[in-house]
Design a protein around this ligand. Sequence first.
Ligand SMILES: *[C@@H]1O[C@H](CO)[C@@H](O)[C@H](O)[C@H]1NC(C)=O
Ligand SMILES: *[C@@H]1O[C@H](CO)[C@@H](O)[C@H](O)[C@H]1NC(C)=O
Ligand SMILES: *[C@@H]1O[C@H](CO)[C@@H](O)[C@H](O)[C@H]1NC(C)=O
Ligand SMILES: *[C@@H]1O[C@H](CO)[C@@H](O)[C@H](O)[C@H]1NC(C)=O
Ligand SMILES: [Zn+2]
Length: 331
Amino acid sequence: MQSVFSHLFLLAASVTPALAFCGAHTHLDRRVEGEGVTISSFGYTGTNGPLLWTQLNTTENELCSTGTNQSPINMVEGQFQLISASDVELAIPDVPEGAPFENLGTNVEVVMKDVGGQFVLEGKNYTLEQFHFHHPSEHIDNNVSLPMEMHMVFSTEAKEIAVIGVYVDLVDTTSILELHILPRATPSTLLETIFSSVGEIATPGTSTTTKPLVMSELVDLLKAGSFQRYTGSLTTPPCSESVEWSVATEKLLLSKATYQAARDVIGFNARYPQGNLGEQNLLSMAITAAQAETPVEVPAETPAEAPANATAATAVRRRQRLQKKRGTSLE
Ligand SMILES: *[C@@H]1O[C@H](CO)[C@@H](O)[C@H](O)[C@H]1NC(C)=O
Ligand SMILES: *[C@@H]1O[C@H](CO)[C@@H](O)[C@H](O)[C@H]1NC(C)=O
Ligand SMILES: *[C@@H]1O[C@H](CO)[C@@H](O)[C@H](O)[C@H]1NC(C)=O
Ligand SMILES: *[C@@H]1O[C@H](CO)[C@@H](O)[C@H](O)[C@H]1NC(C)=O
Ligand SMILES: [Zn+2]
């Protein structure tokens, strides 16, 4: 127990105001040229994972456990407004010289703040700051999780944030015949190009430069579809709200081999799906439920702990039955 607390204390102490988050580099983290990449102090598993993000800095990260418009969410009917791509303006220049590509520890990120990408949404002019990748997807596509999700983070001069989310699915490139029949089901050249350099930033805190990036492929794809609009939050500490989300209906495709290379560097970096918009934060709800006096009924098939008053013999028989059923040891 003591070690858990001291670990938490160390984590809390190491959090700085210039937290790397979903909008890193947007405004809080203007890095001096030549300085190293700052590794994020939050994480995705255990005691620095999303259940305890608020504890990393109770002032700064309070919304992670109390906010009622938190992201990501399950994108089901009623949670978003569908808008046509013709209702927005999106222009991102190509990057022939390549862009900085960084491993923040929690994410791999392509820095685009000098490129001048523009997104005009509901009359507001946002500039592209960076894009990064989550594995698996953070938003749930009508009850289905996708292999990855790309987040393109834009901001206004007044530091308002808009994010375009694009799901990434896999495509099997082994069959030339299939490619012939389905010419559109080919991997995204942009993603294949970016991730061809992912091995160069396998270590957190390192950075490289991508090969030339042709952004028009992505822009054309997004413009061919629609956007699922809602107002949510950053999906990383400090979980700030009023983030304008546009989750694209069009998906990017990635080859299996490239996906595996990216996955092995990114690891696991998806926040769990949050509650419905406007409803009580799931963590606040969970705290109330955990403190409730009424015991929660455990379904019969759940391999629950033996009841406190069961005899030792019953507990052993129960464990043996479970081991047999699962074919594995419970120890
Ligand atoms: C929490 O965040 C605030 C605001 O950024 C900062 O002033 C404070 O030092 C942080 N506390 C810890 C323990 O890091
Ligand atoms: C958005 O900003 C760009 C570049 O500063 C400018 O050319 C464009 O006219 C602006 N659009 C709107 C709708 O303000
Ligand atoms: C998604 O899940 C919800 C809740 O379980 C269910 O009501 C809904 O019918 C599901 N939608 C689809 C398309 O499967
Ligand atoms: C276990 O405790 C419950 C509630 O106290 C009681 O109803 C039940 O009979 C007990 N079972 C055994 C095996 O002692
Ligand atoms: Zn993100």
